[in-house]
Design a protein around this ligand. Structure first.
Ligand SMILES: Nc1ncnc2c1ncn2[C@@H]1O[C@H](COP(=O)(O)OP(=O)(O)O)[C@@H](O)[C@H]1O
Ligand SMILES: [Mg+2]
Length: 437
């Protein structure tokens, strides 16, 4: 992509409405634009990151055996009346009436809709387990939308739903998602801490929130240092209920008022940690809470009708864009982990008017693109200082600078955004250098 013809409306000054660093940097880098409170347009640079996060999430869900589908944003209110949540959900649910006076809602979540799909099509225990997910916009009319896309009203979420015959099966599905979530966040360059949110007595509700550590997190997190080294893969995904339950309770982690006293936690002094965190994912097991009222049952092995055991699993795809910035930035701007970076390489031509610089930069640009490497080529007439500042601000992992001085010796400069390390490499080897990086 050539910057001169791209659309990346960066800001030189800090926008006054932004209270936290990710919101500030997203506005300054021209990634998003507010439309209304808690509602944003995603501009090309931000959209690329959103799509990368979406794709990593999708790949990990698919690898875990989940099936993608797509449900609409608008849902009939009657489904929510069936589950009893039409009245319970309160003002966070956006209610709409169509031209035929039918009550509709803009979906804040999809338990009802997915259960409706299930009950019409799946009738036998032989078709279980099933895990269905989609990645779709949600609307929750939050009282205080804030922090940019971190707590929006319209936001992009991966939500998945599992269906099993009994508690043991449901717990395996739940644990499968627990493992998939750890892998998903790790691929995005994040270390996410799973925090048990419900009591999780055998057979009862069970829930974990996944939090990443950040100064601006809304939750206060108390955890055993060991949990960050937790090797979830060390127990088989088809382990029995007892092994899984034991594993899930092995290390202490609690948020806010769920934490009372370190002394009761059993965590040795040296391993106690406290930090603010951002919730980026949430998994639930809730048994037959929706399958019973909505009549989602299957014929069991002995022919009797059994209400299916369900779980639901959310990843805050749009929130992750901000959360990753919160976890990875410096005083000059964003520092994207490579897996989610909008482009891998930023190519700076210091002197676009100069024939040698133009030729060298174009050659590199074409070569990188042929090699399948996403590159943003700054071919504008801006002065050098401004170009460097913009590249640092938008945080691409690699910067390559082509300038007259280096070219006289046949070299270009390659800089790693993460640590600022710079290296002079020959023009001829720059391409292989970046392909290998
Ligand atoms: N208002 C919001 N804006 C952006 N992301 C959100 C918002 N609400 C929830 N999310 C994301 O969706 C995930 C699943 O949502 P859920 O747990 O149902 O929401 P909540 O924790 O607000 O009850 C959360 O872990 C979070 O990452
Ligand atoms: Mg939650």
């Amino acid at each position: 992509m050539r910057l001169a013809s791209y659309f990346m409306p960066t800001l030189k000054e800090d926008p006054s409405e932004a209270q936290i660093v990710s919101h500030r940097l997203m506005l300054r880098a021209g990634m998003i634009r507010q439309v209304s409170a808690g509602i944003y347009s995603w501009l090309p640079l931000g959209f690329r990151v959103l799509k990368k996060i979406e794709q990593i999430t999708r790949e990990e869900m698919d690898a875990a055996g989940c099936l993608e589908l797509l449900m609409p944003t608008l849902q009939p209110a009657d489904l929510w009346r069936e589950s009893g949540r039409y009245d319970d959900y309160g003002k966070e649910m956006l209610r709409i009436r169509d031209r035929h006076d039918r009550d509709m809602v803009y979906g804040p979540t999809n338990e009802e809709l997915i259960t409706d799909i299930f009950r019409h099509s799946i009738k036998s225990y032989r078709d279980l387990p099933k895990n269905l997910y989609h990645i779709q916009w949600k609307f929750r009319d939050e009282v205080r939308p804030r922090f940019g896309i971190m707590r929006g009203r319209e936001f992009f979420m991966k939500d998945g739903y599992s269906f099993d015959l009994d508690y043991d099966g449901a717990l395996r599905s739940y644990f499968n998602m627990y493992l998939a979530y750890s892998r998903t966040f790790r691929r995005m360059g994040l270390s996410a801490i799973p925090v048990k949110a419900e009591s999780g007595a055998i057979g009862g509700d069970l829930s974990h929130e996944f939090l990443i550590l950040a100064e601006t997190g809304e939750s206060q997190l108390y955890y055993d240092q060991q949990i960050t080294e937790l090797d979830a893969e060390s127990i088989a995904a088809d382990a029995d209920a007892e092994t899984i339950t034991q594993f899930l309770g092995r290390y202490y982690a609690a948020v806010d008022n769920k934490h009372t006293d370190w002394a009761d936690s059993g965590v040795p002094q040296a391993r106690r940690r406290e930090h603010t965190g951002i919730e980026v994912g949430h998994i639930f097991y809730f048994g037959t809470k929706y399958s019973e009222p909505l009549g989602a049952s299957v014929a069991g092995p002995d022919g009797s009708e059994v209400s299916v055991h369900m779980g639901s699993y959310g990843v805050g795809v749009s929130r992750l864009v901000g959360a990753i910035i919160e976890a990875s930035h410096d005083s000059d701007g964003i520092v994207w982990p490579e897996a989610v970076a909008p482009f891998k390489v930023g190519l700076i031509n210091l002197k676009p008017g100069d024939a040698a610089c133009g030729d060298a930069a174009r050659e590199l640009y074409d070569g990188l693109r042929r090699a399948g490497i996403d590159v943003l080529y700054d071919d504008t007439e801006e002065r050098a200082g401004a170009k460097f500042a913009t590249m640092d601000l938008i945080g691409l992992p690699w910067q390559v600078t082509v300038g007259p001085k280096g070219l006289r010796g046949g070299t270009v400069e390659v800089k790693q955004r993460r640590n600022g390390d710079k290296e002079e490499v020959s023009l001829a080897s720059a391409l292989s250098h970046l392909s290998a990086a």
